[in-house]
Design a protein around this ligand. Structure first.
Ligand SMILES: [Fe+2]
Ligand SMILES: [Fe+2]
Length: 390
């Protein structure tokens, strides 16, 4: 009789990128689309013009369909990672899958309770959109079930993460954020958008981590990544253009040029990080770029001000990240305390340096002590300063 193998008991490397993202997901990703108060949103909806409503509806429909594909098509990646016994990545992907489920629920709730559209909205899916989400994405992801080679995994992550969550997700959030910037309309919708966008940043960080790991393990994978990206970019930008082609004039002052520029600039940072990995031949020790610094600061400020939630917003490509304290996004602008951090600070300093400066200037204490406190963290002469001084 053969002896039955014992169940595996894996150890966890808490400092590995996927585990760091996993812990972040538990801390920052716990939100409930059902808990968003949409009563004001339902009233606000009728105050938008017909064309404005159409833009918001179209975006929501596209997001809802994309989130559904992303949820369904993530499973083959989870299977591939599980087969390779990458326990830390399995843990993170479990949170990832739950996030995507919440995104479907969130956009469905917006369509039902705010836009009040329950019928068939497939007319908003343009040809390029269908091509990507009904053909290319499912094909690349499902291929992993029969062909989990590094090249197939790289291919899948380029389309899922760099293209879907990256360029397209960024363009979509840019359009939403520009359309809803500056006002206090649709507070519940904006709160949910901020939460789902923050979730996507973690997913993107994981996608980049896996690509960097694959490049580190076998440099040939780089060919697959760059060829696929080059091939998909026209289709991706086609989706953005087809969205804009539907309107003349375009409501909310949205511009195709700005939207594409913003998405490409964010993509360029990620691409540069991957090129660096290729050159050094070593995977990323931490997720790259400003996104990670912002998330680290959000995590630290959140721990200091617990249980008040911290929500980060950036108006389009504006030069400032605003960390709203305890508003849950529902308080009108200016009613809750906020910490403003300039892009320069985030781009030129490490998270450790920024957090050290916030600690020295007793930023959490001051945000907690004063109602509607507004502190600004900026960079001058290479130093991080906080205004106004204590
Ligand atoms: Fe999502
Ligand atoms: Fe995602």
């Amino acid at each position: 009789m053969t002896e039955v193998r014992p169940a595996r008991t894996g150890t966890l490397r808490h400092d590995a990128v996927p585990m760091r993202l996993y812990h972040e997901a538990k801390r920052l990703g716990a939100w409930d689309p059902q808990a968003l108060d949409l009563s004001r949103d339902a009233e606000d909806w009728s105050r938008f013009s017909v064309a404005e409503r159409d833009v918001l509806l179209r975006l929501s429909v596209m997001f809802q369909a994309a989130e559904e594909s992303m949820t369904r098509d993530l499973l083959p990646l989870l299977v591939a990672v599980t087969r390779e016994e990458r326990l830390e990545e399995q843990l993170f992907l479990a949170t990832f899958l739950a996030d995507e489920a919440k995104h479907i629920e969130f956009f469905r709730r917006i369509l039902d309770a705010v836009c009040r559209q329950s019928g068939d909205l497939q007319r908003y899916q343009t040809p390029s959109f269908r091509r990507l989400f009904s053909e290319r994405l499912p094909a690349a992801m499902q291929r992993l079930l029969i062909d989990p080679t590094p090249a197939a995994q790289a291919d899948a992550i380029v389309i899922y993460s760099l293209v879907g969550e990256g360029v397209l997700g960024d363009a979509g959030y840019h359009a939403f954020n520009t359309a809803l910037a500056g006002g206090d309309r649709l507070p519940g919708f904006r709160a949910g958008l901020a939460r789902s966008q923050a979730d996507e940043q973690r997913h993107l960080a994981y996608g980049l981590f896996v690509l960097s790991r694959l490049i580190g393990e076998g440099p040939d994978v780089w060919q697959t990544i760059s060829a696929r990206m080059e091939e998909l970019l026209p289709l991706t930008l086609g989706i953005v253009s087809e969205f804009f082609e539907s309107y003349d004039p375009m409501p909310f002052g949205l511009s195709l040029e700005d939207t594409v520029q913003d998405a490409i600039a964010r993509f360029a940072t990620r691409w540069a990080a991957l090129e660096e990995v290729k050159q050094r031949g070593r995977p990323l020790a931490s997720p790259p770029g400003a996104d990670q610094v912002v998330r680290d600061i959000q995590g630290w400020v959140g721990d200091q001000l617990h249980p008040a939630p911290i929500e980060v917003r950036r108006e389009g490509t504006g030069p400032v990240y605003t960390f709203h304290v305890g508003s849950g996004g529902a308080a009108p602008e200016g009613q809750a305390s906020a910490l403003l951090i300039t892009e320069e600070v985030v781009a030129h300093h490490s998270s450790e340096d920024v957090i050290a400066a916030l600690r020295v200037h007793r930023v959490p204490e001051r945000l907690r002590a004063t109602k509607r406190a507004r502190l600004t963290c900026l960079s001058a002469g290479g130093k991080i300063i906080v205004q106004p001084p204590e």
